[in-house]
Ligand binder design. Structure first.
Ligand code: CCH
Length: 286
């Protein structure tokens, strides 16, 4: 059971650490959103393993997954919050930080509930390789997201998070931002995907991405192979078109699917209390 934590105070404190003039585009927001997503996106519905419960990324087995490179920045940003609210679990703080960051960057209000534990059961640690590989295509996206329990519409809605932030050559080996205002949540990613001519570019490390030179911003924007793969499949493409046209619909659907992502693996009673904290016994607590 969550102790008496003033979550609205925690939200305010998270909001006030987002402004980071020395970091990336001046905001910790995008990397916090990615931390929230990677903490949850390891979920496998069939074996009921992975997910945000347990905050397993604190440990090398999960934190050292190359897919999580760079997320230590996000975790470090949140340390002062953890020190101020020691009873809040990391698993709750990481997911809440993503939700607060999205809202503060102009995105939708996403429902969020506390109650996650920081206990880790070794037998439930997700193996590496559960997070998506940007070099791949639609079959891979479906394998990864169907495994978590998402459908095609939800896959496209979730991908809209790439309105935020950027790729870093020293983290993923890709480079650049998807939009020229990457700290403002919007549906621009879908509009650009459809309306610009994307040219393949091979980076020095051999990675392939797609680029478009934006003259107004004097900046090269990018798309990952998995982003553009959404256009080559009718079932995905129709949602890209819907979200490009209808920002409200995108915000609504994104809020619902991000809430679902943050809840993967949690079982709650009707009061919202998490019931499956005792199935993660035998691990460590920090
Ligand atoms: Fe993502 N993402 N993501 N992504 N992502 C990257 C960055 C961000 C994929 C690959 C990458 C989602 C889905 C996918 C964010 C949110 C979400 C990067 C660059 C790669 C590569 C990392 C770096 O170099 O720092 C792939 C493949 C998929 C498949 O669907 C989903 C879902 C979400 C959230 C709902 C955010 C935010 C970033 C920016 C991070 C930053 O540091 O700026």
């Amino acid at each position: 059971m969550t102790k008496n934590i003033d979550w609205s105070a925690v939200r305010k404190d998270i909001a006030s650490l987002l402004h980071q003039p020395e970091y990336d585009d001046g905001s910790a927001g995008p990397v916090l959103v990615r931390l929230a997503w990677h903490s949850a996106g390891t979920y496998d519905a069939e074996s009921d393993t992975g997910g945000s419960n347990g905050a397993g990324m604190r440990y090398e087995a999960e934190g050292g997954d190359p897919a999580n490179a760079g997320l230590q920045h996000a975790r470090v940003f949140l340390e002062p919050i953890k020190s101020k609210y020691p009873d809040a679990t990391y698993a709750d703080l990481w997911t809440l930080a993503g939700v607060v960051a999205i809202k503060e960057m102009g995105g939708p209000e996403i429902k969020w509930q506390p109650g996650r534990t920081d206990y880790v059961d070794d037998s439930k640690l997700p193996p590496r390789g559960r997070l998506p590989d940007a070099a791949q295509g639609n079959d891979h996206l479906r394998n990864i997201f169907y495994r978590m329990g998402f459908n095609d519409q939800e896959i496209v809605a979730l991908s809209g998070a790439h309105n935020l932030g950027r790729c870093h050559s020293d983290r993923s080996g890709f480079e650049g931002a998807w939009v020229n205002n990457p700290t403002r949540f919007s549906n621009t990613y879908f509009n650009l995907m459809l309306s610009r001519t994307w040219k393949e570019k091979v980076l020095k490390n051999g990675n392939k991405q797609f680029v478009y030179y934006d003259e107004d911003a004097d900046e090269e924007l990018m798309m990952l192979p998995t982003d553009l793969a959404l256009l080559s499949d009718d079932k995905f493409r129709k949602w890209v078109e819907t979200y490009a046209k209808d920002k409200n619909k995108f915000f609504e659907d994104f809020a619902a699917v991000f809430e679902k992502l943050m809840e993967l693996g949690l079982v709650r009673d009707e009061t919202g209390k998490v019931l499956n904290t005792d199935n993660v016994r035998g691990g460590y607590h920090s």
